[in-house]
Write a protein that binds this ligand. Structure first.
Ligand code: COA
Length: 176
């Protein structure tokens, strides 16, 4: 569906056909310009595919913003909690500064809350996400490529009345 009215649109990965895949890869390639980001020329995710994304189209129907969400879980102190793992947040260069990040994340957070997630977690710059309710944590570890657990700085938004755990928090798998 092309809305073209700057509204945030939910886009399940199951609905991505060849044409949409091309559109997504074009947007990601224009937005992410580091050497490793050439991966987006071939695939619509950086490391692991995800089932959920929120996008915004401009008046002409062109994709102008994107936020992906992985369904993951964290473990701490013998307990575990489902999380939304936010990935590939980007806004087309000529559309930046319009508050699209906050708008997409608000929709993603609502979906996460409705689908049982306790926290939203991402790896990004604090100044971009602070106004969406994210705060830095320094007690997260994940599986590095060499198979060892590695500490990683993350940003977390608490979605329910459960506070972020105090001890070491384990995110199985790679960063997203
Ligand atoms: C990062 C990016 C998504 C921001 O897009 P944007 O359209 O400027 O975002 P928004 O207008 O929704 O702004 C979101 C917040 O980020 C802040 N922000 C955006 N760019 C910033 C920058 N370069 N430095 C500091 N803060 C910045 C805005 O001031 C805003 O904060 P506020 O809500 O407190 O006012 C965009 O620059 C982009 O696509 N970059 C390339 C992809 C990328 O690096 N993504 C990962 C980012 S961690």
């Amino acid at each position: 569906m092309v809305r073209g009215d700057n509204a945030v649109e939910y886009l399940p990965d199951s609905a991505v056909d060849e044409a949409l895949d091309r559109e997504l890869r074009e947007l990601l390639t224009v937005c992410f310009t580091k050497p490793q980001d050439t991966v987006f020329k071939a695939q619509r995710y950086f490391r692991q595919p995800y089932r959920h994304r929120w996008v915004i189209r401009d008046e002409a129907g062109r994709l102008s913003a994107h936020a992906g969400v992985h369904e993951k879980r964290i473990e701490a102190d013998g307990r575990h909690w489902p999380i939304g793992g936010v990935a590939e947040v980007c806004v087309r260069p000529d559309c930046r500064g319009r508050g699209y990040v906050k708008a997409m994340l608000a929709c993603a957070h609502e979906w996460m809350t409705g689908n049982g997630a306790t926290f939203s977690v991402l790896f990004g710059r604090p100044e971009v996400y602070a106004s969406s309710g994210y705060a830095s944590v320094d007690n997260l570890v994940h599986d590095a490529d060499n198979g060892e657990r590695q500490s990683v700085k993350a940003l977390v938004k608490v979605l329910t009345d459960v506070p972020w755990p105090a001890g070491v928090v384990y995110l199985p798998g790679p960063k997203f």
